[in-house]
Design a protein around this ligand. Structure first.
Ligand code: DX5
Ligand code: ZN
Length: 221
């Protein structure tokens, strides 16, 4: 069994105190830093861009998990790798040449991920799955933090786990993003998620560092 990882989503951190919040989650045992990039086209919001990924990388000591919710992500692969991405995840919905984009990411020697929106079937990645390091199952419609977890995701995760097992692809990490909090984290992990992204579930808690540790302990049970 793969180690379950927690990736705090910096979208919910205090942007005016980003370094402080990064150090806090690192000390509390975060495994990855989840960084959400948005373009105001694919999703109706803007967040972090390439210079901010670079700045985050400078002050972090754990891998940067960059989730790009942008159109034409292939155009920016080199820029994100140069900025310090350790994982780069693009959305299947905006990639007519998804295979090419995955190869572009892999050619730069970092981990390649593909994200699927809640309405996008697993079949969208059927022919490229074997090339991936990570599959990101969105459990909310992308664009905003603080939304509720879409319950059908649990069934989708179970179906994905079965496919990965049948195809001997269990080394691929499955990530879940959106509405993950203390109350549902274990159920989501048990359904097949290896990397649990949580933004408001951690940063909006009364004591974020303690919350992260509580989540980690809950995953161990
Ligand atoms: C949503 C982003 C998420 C977001 C999750 O589009 O991809 O990473 O930060 O936030 P929470 O955990 O608050 O749902
Ligand atoms: Zn995300």
């Amino acid at each position: 069994m793969k180690k379950k990882k927690i990736a705090p989503s910096l979208l919910a951190a205090d942007f005016a105190n980003m370094e402080r919040d990064i150090k806090m989650v690192e000390e509390a045992g975060a495994d990855l830093l989840h960084i959400d990039v948005m373009d105001g086209h694919f999703v109706p919001n803007f967040t972090i861009g390439i210079p901010m990924v670079k700045a985050i990388k400078k002050v972090s000591s754990i891998p940067c998990d960059v989730h790009v919710m942008i159109e034409n992500p292939g155009r920016y692969v080199d820029a994100f790798v140069d900025a310090g991405a350790d994982y780069l995840t693009v959305h299947a919905e905006v990639c007519p040449n998804l295979h090419r984009v995955i190869q572009q990411i892999k050619a730069r020697g970092i981990k390649a991920g593909v994200a699927l929106n809640p309405h996008t079937p697993l079949s969208a990645i059927e022919e490229v799955m074997q090339d991936l390091d990570l599959i990101l199952i969105m459990s909310v419609n992308p664009g905003f933090g603080g939304q509720s977890f879409i319950s059908n995701t649990l069934d989708k995760l179970q179906r994905l786990s079965k496919i990965l097992k049948e195809r001997n692809l269990e080394h691929i990490e499955v990530e879940v993003d959106g509405g993950v909090k203390y109350s549902n984290i274990k159920e989501i992990a048990d359904a097949g998620a290896d990397i649990l992204v949580s933004g408001s579930g951690i940063f909006k808690a009364g004591h974020p560092a303690q919350m992260l540790q509580d989540m980690k302990n809950k995953l161990k049970k």
